[in-house]
Write a protein that binds this ligand. Structure first.
Ligand code: SF4
Ligand code: SF4
Length: 379
């Protein structure tokens, strides 16, 4: 028995060490902060680089919002919110006492509350089961919270039960308060505010100005396909959320031979004004649960594979468009990723997936002869 306990402890310590948590018995943050919290000196600092939480603590943050605002959070939850607001894409690990083959990540009972160890164990597991996450899963905070708001709209059956079977299972006194449900209605923006309107307007002006003056356009590969879709749908400049229509117009009317260089991520020149752009990371957080950066990277790589190009490849704009239009006859499997029965809350669920894109077909039909003519003219 004690041998088994020791080997479980070792596995758990190894997991925490690998996760950069250095044996945090308390639900972990980074190592230095965790040590200070254990001493009761502080909560996580805005500079910390990795949070570890119990699943129920994420729900309690929503509950506090419904009760009257983030100020209603206790010290620890308030600090977690402060860290996430400071860095909405900080990796967050959700650990729970799951045992069995997941024992390596069990956090222990130090942060249990509202009842028996069994109630706490079940509450965390119920949450992870609803989120379809494994114990110990790590995701950017923004994605984890977006998933939570999509999948959990009430705490009945999680934090409390219609029928109390014993003291061990009486649950949290706030479970029937309606706080959580009210917090849900206020949504993710209460924790992670969206990009400011003024900033996006400023970025639109600055990035379009740069586009018109530049000697080299930088763009991530798959949005060249998006630009064809937009063109087929009749989108023309000015276009508020991105600079693709401005770019297509520039190439068709003034600079057909300007070089386009294919780059990684949500590059500023095209994506600067987009509500889904995270400037600090050059990242894209579009999609139902903000995981668009992941499937968009896949789309970029699909376009590169179809065209035989790589990141860093540079070509005359008209030649590149002609190549893409020839090699991508339709969006299926390139920009429309297979859904394969994935639910809309899957991090891989692509809203463009598994459907026809008649605007692409139309845009391709309109643009291929134009770029073919420009290519011949440039020779
Ligand atoms: S009901 Fe209690 S345990 Fe559940 S989210 Fe609200 S405060 Fe947290
Ligand atoms: S940030 Fe994302 S959604 Fe916005 S234009 Fe760029 S790739 Fe598209």
């Amino acid at each position: 028995m004690s041998n088994q306990k020791n080997s479980n402890d070792v596995r758990r310590r190894e997991f925490l060490k690998t996760a950069g948590l250095c044996g945090v018995a308390l639900c972990g943050l980074n190592s230095c902060t965790a040590a200070r919290i254990q001493k009761g000196e502080a909560g996580p600092e805005p500079s910390c680089t990795h949070l570890t939480v119990r699943p129920y603590q994420l729900l309690c943050i929503v509950c506090a919002i419904g009760e009257g605002g983030i100020e209603k959070c206790d010290k620890r939850l308030g600090e977690i919110v402060r860290v996430i607001r400071n860095n909405p894409d900080i990796p967050v690990t959700v650990n729970c006492n799951a045992g069995d083959v997941y024992v390596y990540q069990d956090p222990g009972v130090a942060e249990d509350c509202d009842g028996s160890a069994e109630f706490n164990r079940r509450r965390d597991m119920e949450i992870l089961q609803r989120l379809d996450l494994a114990p110990g899963a790590t995701h950017p905070a923004r994605i984890l919270l977006a998933l939570l708001f999509k999948r959990i709209t009430g705490v009945s059956g999680i934090c409390g039960f219609d029928k109390i079977t014993s003291d061990a299972w009486k649950g949290c006194p706030k479970a029937t308060s309606g706080n959580f449900e009210r917090g849900c209605k206020q949504g993710l923006q209460m924790i992670i505010p969206p990009r400011g309107e003024e900033e996006m307007v400023r970025e639109k002006e600055a990035s379009v100005k740069t586009l018109y003056e530049t000697k080299e356009i930088k763009v991530r590969p798959h949005i060249l396909v998006c630009s064809v879709c937009q063109y087929g749908g009749g989108t023309r400049p000015p276009f508020k959320p991105d600079n693709l229509p401005e770019m297509v117009d520039l190439i068709l009317t003034r600079k057909p031979d300007i070089p386009i260089t294919l780059v990684k991520g949500a590059d500023w020149m095209m994506c600067g004004p987009c509500p889904s752009r995270v400037a600090r990371l050059n990242a894209c957080v579009c999609g139902p649960i903000k995981s668009g950066g992941l499937y968009n990277e896949m789309k970029d790589l699909n376009v590169l594979q179809r065209t035989g190009l790589t990141y860093g490849s540079s070509m005359k704009a008209c030649d590149l468009y002609k190549l893409i239009l020839e090699r991508v006859p339709d969006t299926q499997g390139v920009c429309a990723l297979p859904v394969d029965g994935k639910p809309p809350y899957s991090i891989w669920f692509d809203p463009c997936g598994d459907k026809k894109h008649p605007n692409y077909d139309k845009g391709r039909e309109q643009l291929l002869p134009k770029f073919t003519a420009l290519t011949s003219k440039m020779k």
